[in-house]
Structure formats: C-alpha cells, structure tokens
Design a protein around this ligand. Structure first.
Ligand SMILES: [Zn+2]
Length: 360
C-alpha cells in the first residue's frame, strides 16, 4: 500500500480500533505521523502546482464559527431573575447603580453574533457560520433556528455564509441530516451548501456519501479533534476518496486545520505555545499557497480566548491572504479549474507510487 495514497484517503480510519467517546478517530492512533506538515500539498507543489487567488493573494484563509450556543430570551430572563435574587441577598449596600449594572450585565449577551461580526468586520474578513438545526429535547439543543431571525439577518447582512452544523446524530444518519438541512433552510430562508458536524463527528466514507447525496457542495469537518494540523496531509480543498467503493467522490472537502478547542482543551497548550504552533501551521500553508481553515466558536471571543483570536487575526492579516467564506473558496477552486488540476496531479502521484511498488 502506498504511503501518500494511504494518507490522502485516511485508509487506516476505516478500521477505527480506538475511537473516543464520540466515535472519532484519534491522531495518536493514526498513520499520519507528520500531522503538522501538509505532506501531500507539498508534494503537489514540488510537481509544479501553483494555486492562485483573487488580487494576486498568495494563500487563502477561511474563518468559520460553529454556533453551539446562542442568545436566548429565556436565558436572559433567567439571568435577570438570578441577578435580582443576588441583589435581594444583601447587595443593597452597593446601591441602585450597582443593581443597574447587574441588570445590564444580565441582559447583555456575550454570545450575540453581532459581537463576533463586529470583530471580523474590523479585521476586514467575512466568515462562515455553521448553525445547529435541532428541536427542543435533542442532545445539545440550545436554540431553534426558527427563533433566531435577528442573528441570521445580522450574519447575512454582513455578507457572511450560513452552513449547517450537523447535530450528534446527523453524521451517519441520512434522514436526520436531511431533516436538519430542511429545518435550517426553511427557518432562515437561506439555501445551505456547506457542512460541519458538531464535535467533528465523522464516519468515512458515510458522511461524505450522505452529504453528496443530500446536495451539499462541501464539508469542512475533516480535522482531528485531538490535534491541530493536516489530517490527511492536505491544505488544499480536495475530492475525497471512498475506500469502500474505490472511487473519488463528487463533494469537496475543505480540511480543517485549527480549532480553538483543540489548542486549549484537547492539547492543553498555554497561549504562547498555541500561538507558535498556529504561526508554524500558517507558514506551512503559505508555503504551498494553500487554505488555512480556522474554527473559532462564538462563545470564545471574550477574555484571554478572545484576545488570542484577535492576535491570530492580526497575524493572518499581516500575511495578506484572501479571506473568503468557505463556499466562495470552494467555488473559486472549481471555477478556476484548480480542483481539476489538483485532481490530475494527485492521480499522477498515486499512479507513480503504485508503479514503484509493482517494481518492488
Ligand atoms: Zn459544535
């Protein structure tokens, strides 16, 4: 079995012997021992592949946000009641002005997407927002897509993209996937083309096949939860390979490189080291003119996490990329024939590997 072809297909993950509690493949149980390097994209570059971007930009950045938590009237109401209780429990001494600030803090909602949109606008980037589309009672239900019109409008008004953030069951249950897509589209009036599953849950090749059948243009789930980097050695969008049916699929994968929770909760890095790793990954993406995908949750934009996000955006900005929504990026690769060219090079690489092996 050839190495790069194996890596491209994540073929060892079809026999996922050590799944975590969410059924996810782990990097430390993988055959990708060089996860911080886009090995296949580098090989493609060495064979002359040179992706181009609008305005002569050297690489692209797709920032995205999985909306797991969001402003809810009843949350604000509950907070307000708690603030009132706190006040009655003996904080009278601090005066009415203090009650005013407690009420203000209670009603102010840090998850409100307008805060995130403002930050992104200040850094001149548009991004993609993946919304959950669940009904009350389902696991991790936090909002109903039909009741967040103000948030959806704010996202769309600022020319950002809306995609589906599939719930815990959607990644390997086609009817459930379609139910969530329909609910999101009907609730928002926005047609959905892009996908990322909650908790990065993914099953090869089922999730891709289901997404393709369901009319999605792309998926951007494929990154390891337990490490940042390049899960299949690619920092270019690509056509996934279905090992079960021995064929390339007709859906684009935009591989995920950096997730906030991975840096701080799974890898447990301090802010300085996390930033260094991010810079290294960004430089490797720049080195092959690839696409840096960054997932930052809307509930991590205050405090130290928020400061880190802004520091990262400033660093990216200084490298002068093309900031695109995920769909814009995918469409660009299709319209400019980059996907087709890259596909030809990939097939050449794999053919050469197989020929070499035949000679062994
Ligand atoms: Zn999520």
């Amino acid at each position: 079995m050839s190495n790069l072809f194996n890596l491209y297909r994540n073929s060892w993950e079809y026999d996922n012997t050590l799944p975590d509690v969410f059924g996810r493949a782990r990097q430390y149980n993988s055959q990708n021992s060089n996860v911080f390097t886009p090995v296949i994209s580098n090989e493609m570059r060495s064979r002359g592949f040179r992706p181009h971007y609008p305005d002569g930009k050297k690489f692209a950045v797709c920032v995205s946000h999985d909306i797991d938590h969001l402003y809810l009237q009843q949350n604000a109401g509950r907070k307000l009641i708690n603030a009132g209780k706190g006040f009655l429990k003996g904080r009278f001494g601090q005066g009415w002005g203090h009650l005013g600030s407690m009420v203000r803090d209670s009603v102010h909602n840090e998850y409100d997407l307008n805060n995130l949109i403002d930050i992104n606008n200040r850094h001149k980037l548009r991004s993609t927002y993946y919304f959950l589309s669940l009904n009350r009672g389902e696991e991790d239900f936090n909002y109903h897509p039909g009741k967040i019109q103000d948030q959806i409008r704010a996202v769309v008004r600022n020319n950002n993209e809306i995609g589906l953030h599939g719930g815990h069951r959607a990644y390997n249950d086609f009817p459930k996937l379609m139910q969530e897509k329909k609910l999101l589209e009907e609730s928002t009036g926005v047609k959905v083309y892009g996908y990322r599953n909650h908790y990065l849950r993914f099953e090869l090749p089922t999730t891709w096949n289901n997404l393709q059948k369901g009319g999605f243009e792309y998926d951007t789930t494929l990154g390891y939860a337990d490490t940042v980097g390049f899960r299949n050695g690619m920092c270019y969008p690509f056509l996934p390979y279905d090992v079960v049916n021995n064929r390339f699929l007709d859906i684009v994968e935009l591989p995920l490189v950096i997730m906030d929770a991975t840096l701080f909760f799974y890898m447990r890095m301090d802010f300085d080291i996390a930033f260094k790793i991010c810079v290294q990954l960004i430089e490797k993406v720049i080195g092959c003119g690839g696409v840096l995908t960054l997932l930052w949750h809307n509930n991590f934009i205050s405090g130290e996490m928020g400061a880190f996000y802004i520091k990262l955006l400033k660093f990216l900005q200084s490298a002068d990329p093309w900031f695109a929504t995920s769909l814009e990026l995918v469409n660009w690769w299709k319209e400019e024939k980059l996907l087709k060219q890259s596909q030809e090079i990939i097939q050449d690489i794999f053919k050469a590997e197989i020929t070499l092996q035949d000679k062994d």
